[in-house]
Design a binder for this molecule. Structure first.
Ligand code: ATP
Length: 366
């Protein structure tokens, strides 16, 4: 929804103090941005678009805000950038309250879905444009540094229409980083690229951000992108941040059925838990936590194993060959289960199979 973000791509100016905070993750321990209880309801709307949203990000960390269309990701980004004013809640950059500062008074750079390059300017001019706070004579030299880092050397005099999508993307990023922002916001920046370019550009951009110690917030609805690109993933639904954790943490320990299903496939089972075990149609399953009583649990398809067995009750009802694996649906006692099997486990439709649970199930809190 970057149409809403279609303001000037580079906001500049000052930021001050730093503060330590408890959510240190990967690369830094200085608080870069803290968002506290942000709320926003658009005029005339019945429901809040962003509701009580809080998180902290440290220097050099990459956060992906992930969620379905319309859940409030772009509005959150726009409030951080200063293009939208929250109804309540606060935004701190380096510990300084910037909630009511205009965009140009926050050191924030933005890369848009459509890159927003100036078509009449060359690559070099586009990159220099971002450096309004840097002395004019220093700009071309600094721009060259960024162009080299982005592997754009030799393309300085070209115009945007003479570049590939990936090259335009890198020019947009060079222009943003050349302004030396404290925080970079990316709104679906890879969505205009084809699958192969998307993956390589994503990888390259992550490397560049890590190399330059840049703090980044990425908005996306692509779970694979969020998991592979970010240090932390926040899953949003209806304006709320449902869960925030590392990619591995959120994938392996989702708090809710929504998060479990949004981040990939899963099997949801309601079971009675005692002593970290539960009886289920798949036999006795182990549970990761010490929760007890009737609970919903999640079992990822890769936690299940299939064995062909003429005496077994399970039946393969669908199969999808995906190159490196097979994705099966298996019907057992009136229930359907999703199972991920290795590429050499080829089973015909209707094959009788036993399902073994190879990993403990995760209890869903809500
Ligand atoms: P997408 O993934 O489709 O880009 P999103 O999660 O980024 O979606 P937002 O762009 O934040 O969602 O929009 C959230 C909701 O707020 C949507 O229902 C949208 O129509 C509405 N909305 C966004 N901006 C405005 C506005 N300026 N005025 C009124 N409603 C708005």
């Amino acid at each position: 929804m970057s149409a809403y973000m279609n303001q000037h791509p580079i906001a500049q100016v000052s930021a001050t103090a730093t503060a330590d905070a408890p959510l240190a993750c990967s690369t830094g321990n200085k608080e870069q941005i803290r968002v506290e209880n942000l709320c926003k309801t658009f005029r005339g709307a019945a429901k809040a678009v962003v509701s009580d949203l809080s998180f902290t990000l440290h220097a050099g960390e990459i956060l992906a805000l992930l969620g379905p269309s319309g859940c409030g990701k772009t509005t959150t980004l726009r409030m951080i950038a200063g293009f939208e004013t929250p109804d309540s809640g606060r935004i701190f950059l380096h510990g300084q309250d910037v909630t009511h500062l205009p965009p140009q008074s926050r050191r924030i750079g933005i890369v848009f879905q459509d890159y927003a390059l100036f078509p009449h300017m060359s690559v070099l001019e586009n990159v220099c444009f971002g450096m309004r706070l840097i002395a004019k004579r220093e700009r071309p030299g600094k721009a060259q540094k960024w162009l080299k880092l982005m592997e754009l050397e030799g393309l300085e005099s070209r115009h945007p229409h003479e570049l590939s999508g990936g090259q335009q993307q890198r020019v947009a990023l060079a222009r943003t980083l050349a302004a030396e922002p404290d925080l970079v916001l990316l709104d679906e920046p890879f969505s205009n690229l084809d699958a192969a370019l998307r993956e390589s550009t994503r990888k390259e951009m992550r490397r560049l951000f890590k190399e330059t110690g840049t703090t980044v917030i990425l908005v996306t609805h692509d779970q694979a992108e969020a998991l592979s690109f970010a240090d932390k993933v926040g899953v949003m639904s209806s304006g709320m941040l449902c869960q925030l954790n590392t990619p591995e943490g959120i994938y392996t320990s989702p708090d809710s059925a929504f998060v479990a299903e949004f981040l990939g496939h899963t099997n949801l089972l309601e079971v009675d838990i005692r002593d970290q075990q539960a009886d289920s149609p798949l036999g006795t399953i182990n549970i990761t936590t010490s929760d007890t009583g009737r609970q919903w649990v999640s079992l990822r398809p890769e936690y299940l194993e299939l064995t062909p067995d003429p005496l077994a009750e399970g039946r393969v009802t669908s199969r999808e060959f995906r190159g490196h694996d097979f994705f099966y649906h298996v019907e057992l006692k009136g229930q359907e289960y999703k199972v991920l099997a290795p590429f050499d486990c080829a089973l015909e439709l209707g094959t009788p199979v036993a399902i073994r649970v190879a990993q403990p199930a995760v209890v869903l809190k809500n």
